[in-house]
Design a protein. Sequence first.
Length: 232
Amino acid sequence: MTPALELKDVAKTFTMHLQGGIRLPVVSEVNFSVRAGECAVLAGPSGTGKSSILKMVFGSYRCDHGQIVVHHSAGWTDVASASPRHILGLRKRTIGYVSQFLRAVPRVPALDVVAEPLVANGATREEARDSAAKLLGRLNVAPRLWALPPATFSGGEQQRVNIARGLLPELPILLLDEPTASLDPVNSDVVMELIAERKRSGTAVLAIVHDPGVRARIADTVIDITCFAAAA
């Protein structure tokens, strides 16, 4: 099966401009692919470049060299060389991302924070809010909170809003950075069920998961990032 996402010889180095231009190599010669309906989990100690790889796939970081090829709009796009405008299109129609932190516009109700990606893709506000309400309900976010801004929520509640916003559009590629880290066992189970549903629908999932129990449940492939550690 043709991969939905493929990294070819990807490398990343950070330049510390406030430290005399010191260059810190992160990863080098990263090669792996993720198929539709597969969940690949990046494994390795903290600081080995897992989040940097997710951010390169999402286009937030540029890689030094290599290709990050995604299936997009019946064709193929190299995220590594795509223009900022093209990357915005990828995020709208192809690549979803659930980070560890919720970045929402202040004073916007949680229901609209979750619904916004569907509205951006052409759904009516009513349709998007209805879908958002159903997903928030599954994630055990109480209806009394839906009209409130997520900044007032607990960490676990914010994370569930974040997860709902990332999962709602059902895009072909989904990036997950520790999606269950702030959650209790009950809500972790819900998130794992939702990931399984996305896999069955054909979504290619690339995730960072430190919890071995969660990793065992969702991962089809485990990728050891220490194999791609860059030489200092």
